[in-house]
Design a binder for this molecule. Structure first.
Ligand code: IMP
Length: 134
C-alpha cells in the first residue's frame, strides 16, 4: 500500500519490481532471512531505491542492499514509511523515513501479524496485554 501511494507521486521514469524476503514469525524477528527472490530485471548499473514499509532491526534491509550491490547496482538507497528504534540505534542507513516509532508492533496498511491485518486502511499499534487500560 505504501509503494502504491508513493509511486503515484513519483514523476521521473522508473521501473518497479517486487521482491520478497521474510524474517518474522509472530511479533518477534527470527533473525533469519530467506534469500531475495523476484527481481526479474537486470539490475546491473541501475540506480535503485528500495521501498520498505517498516525497518526494525535492519536485518532485512541490510541483506537486500548487500544482494543488490552484488548484482552490480550503480547505487542503492532506501525509503521506509516507518522506522523502529532498533534501526535508529544501529544507525541503519535509510535515506528517507516517514515516521519514527518506538520498539512496538504495528499492523495495517500492508503490514501484517502472521499474515493477517494487511487489509486495514489505517495503521494500528498492538497493545501489550499487561498494559492497564483505565
Ligand atoms: P527487520 O529485518 O527486523 O528490519 O524487519 C523488517 C521486516 O519485518 C519488515 O519488512 C516487516 O515485514 C516486518 N516487521 C517488522 N516490524 C513489524 C511490525 O511492527 N509489524 C509488521 N511487520 C513488521
Amino acid at each position: 500500500m505504501f509503494a502504491s501511494d508513493l509511486l503515484k507521486e513519483v514523476k521521473i521514469p522508473c521501473k518497479v519490481s517486487f521482491v520478497k524476503t521474510s524474517s518474522y514469525s509472530g511479533t518477534a524477528s527470527t533473525g533469519q532471512l530467506k534469500t531475495l527472490i523476484g527481481h526479474d530485471e537486470s539490475l546491473f548499473n541501475q540506480h535503485i531505491l528500495i521501498v520498505e514499509d517498516i525497518v526494525d532491526t535492519g536485518l532485512t534491509l541490510g541483506k537486500i542492499i548487500e544482494e543488490l550491490r552484488e548484482l552490480g547496482a550503480k547505487s542503492v538507497e532506501a525509503i521506509s514509511l516507518l522506522r523502529k528504534s532498533p534501526a535508529r540505534e544501529k544507525k541503519i542507513d535509510v535515506k528517507y523515513v516517514g515516521f519514527d516509532l518506538e520498539n512496538e508492533f504495528v499492523l495495517g496498511y500492508g503490514l501484517d501479524y502472521d499474515g493477517l491485518g494487511r487489509n486495514h486502511k489505517d495503521i494500528y499499534r498492538a497493545i501489550d496485554p499487561s498494559d492497564k487500560i483505565d
